[in-house]
Write a protein that binds this ligand. Structure first.
Ligand code: ADP
Ligand code: MG
Length: 263
């Protein structure tokens, strides 16, 4: 087994990289795929924070500083997901050598079906390594022009280092009437939209419980999008969608009975 490595990147912070990494990872794990998520945002780590792992003593910082073994920095997440968080101390960040990431990945790649790397925002040295070691880069973009302009810079960088952008997760859709359409985003970025994720307050509510939205509120609109993305990457049917269809048919049946069946 050799893991498929996806790096989740965006031009600027706050687009939804960590949210996408955690929820896509949890959904792939739920599908029975051996999945590791890794926080390569070693300066502004928050993957551990979202999952309640911020007190972990051994993190990617220690591994990249050469003072800990990677296996000791991997923790259990939901559904059997494995999580490699980064530390939150500035000292730890200063001691970490981003180039060691390549060795770290080499040790892990045989053990998983999927590895998702939560990349730092912007263009920096610790940001380029995750883009370079990915099999494919997934860009997280919000439907607004500044997010798109920044994502375009990352796409150019990805292509400069001979990596590829697989496509785009268009996140936080549906907040304004002026937002860019899916078609516009696809044509401006010249990249395929893999999934659109609605702006959904359940995402933030789930964070307050230190849980991914797909676990805390599995039927919420954002959860359905993340699960559909996981199913499409893994090439499997999505169980939730079938339920939805059944629910809709149930409603139509009930309506037909009420109208014509004289209940
Ligand atoms: N689809 C969504 N709906 C509502 N809130 C979201 C959504 N995606 C992300 N958020 C919220 O936006 C903020 C930034 O998301 P985050 O994933 O941390 O971004 P990044 O990792 O790119 O900096 C978080 O508070 C998160 O809960
Ligand atoms: Mg983040």
């Amino acid at each position: 087994m050799t893991a498929k490595v996806y790096t989740i990147a965006s031009g600027k912070g706050g687009a939804g990289k960590t949210t996408t990494t955690v929820n896509l990872g949890t959904s792939l794990a739920e599908l029975g795929k051996k999945t590791l998520i890794l926080d390569a945002d070693i300066g502004m780590a928050n993957l551990g924070l979202v999952l309640g792992l911020e007190k972990s003593e051994v993190t990617l910082h220690e591994v990249l500083a050469g003072t800990a073994d990677v296996e000791d920095a991997i923790y259990d997440g939901p559904n059997g997901l494995k999580v490699l968080p980064s530390g939150i101390s500035l000292q730890g960040f200063q001691n970490a050598d981003p180039e060691k990431m390549i060795d770290v990945m080499g040790k892990l790649v045989e053990k998983y079906d999927y590895m998702l790397i939560d990349a730092p925002a912007g263009i920096s040295k610790d940001g380029v390594v995750p883009l370079a070691i990915a099999d494919d880069v997934i860009l997280v973009v919000n439907p607004e022009i500044s997010s798109l302009a920044d994502a375009l810079k990352i796409k150019v960088l990805v292509e400069m280092i001979d990596s590829t952008v697989m496509g785009v997760v268009l996140n936080r859709v549906g907040t304004t009437t002026t937002e860019l359409s899916k078609q516009k985003v696809e044509s401006l970025l010249d990249a395929r939209i893999l999934e659109t994720v609605p702006d959904d307050t359940n995402v933030r509510n789930a964070s307050a419980f230190r849980m991914p939205v797909v676990v805390k509120y599995p039927e919420s609109p954002a959860s359905i999008s993340f699960k559909r993305l996981a199913a499409s990457l893994a090439g499997v049917e999505m169980p939730v969608e079938t339920e939805e269809v059944e629910k809709k048919e149930g409603f139509v049946d009930r309506l037909a009975r009420a109208l014509f069946g004289g209940i």
